[in-house]
Design a binder for this molecule. Sequence first.
Ligand SMILES: [Ca+2]
Length: 301
Amino acid sequence: MDLQLMTQSKKNQERPGAASSSRQDLRSLPSPFSLGSFLAIASSLSLHALEITQNANGTDLDFTWVSTEGATYSILSSTDLSLPLDDWETVVEGETADESGTNTLTLARPEADSTFYVLEESNPVILLSTDFEDNNAGFTVTNDGEGSVWEYGTPNSYGFTVEVTSGNNDSSRAWGTGLSVNNGQYAVNTITRLRTPVIDLTNFTSASLSFAEAVDVAMDDTAEVYLIDDETGALLETEPLHASTPDPNFFSSDWGSVGPIELPASAYGQPVRLEFRFIGSGGLSANFMGWYIDDVTVVAE
Ligand SMILES: [Ca+2]
């Protein structure tokens, strides 16, 4: 079996990689360079060398590369160099950078006579990240009902046997559909919408939303996240990106994490906002407190 080496770049991501049948630091090689009888053309000069060595057991291969904090890595493989990179097989996906600055993993040695590998580095771009501790993060409220409204501050809400008296992870600030009035329980005819600041997805084709929530909502009421136009507020997707489960259980209101939720194709190539829409009437009648959110993050790649 020959292990071959190549580097390649794609779009704004570096997709270099290398493989050798013996341990060798490819970062020291000029570009283009050769290894044995194989020629590799480097289309990106910033190499993230992928070292491949045969495991001591003789049946596996050890992969090692220098990693960058915050980046994630995938390894693609193919037995056919002429194949477009999009058609290569993903053998490792979403490997996070190790704290040591060097990643290692072991894969089974392939049976094919020749196998090529590419290391793909992906650097996430944080478009929105807030824990609401310093301020309300520029979130805005649109109120369509006559009941409770989204409020920013410290929850002081009490339900039937449960309570929400902090943000996520015992923090001090969050957004909630009524933080203290009537024990934080939402009123009849509550239709209140909480919008993020503008999230500019003009130059991205992949992004995801994560947030924390505490939910104490009657069965017929809805707590949903929508994708909307940044200026008009019109829905860009009819269906919600996320629908929190209404909670018939009086005994649960703990904070929990949601996502990452991949944004739909209609989100990209433009500025957008996300909207947390709560519609409810069953709060005060049955001691339900509503919907509380914290730690909102949108990350693009
Ligand atoms: Ca918080």
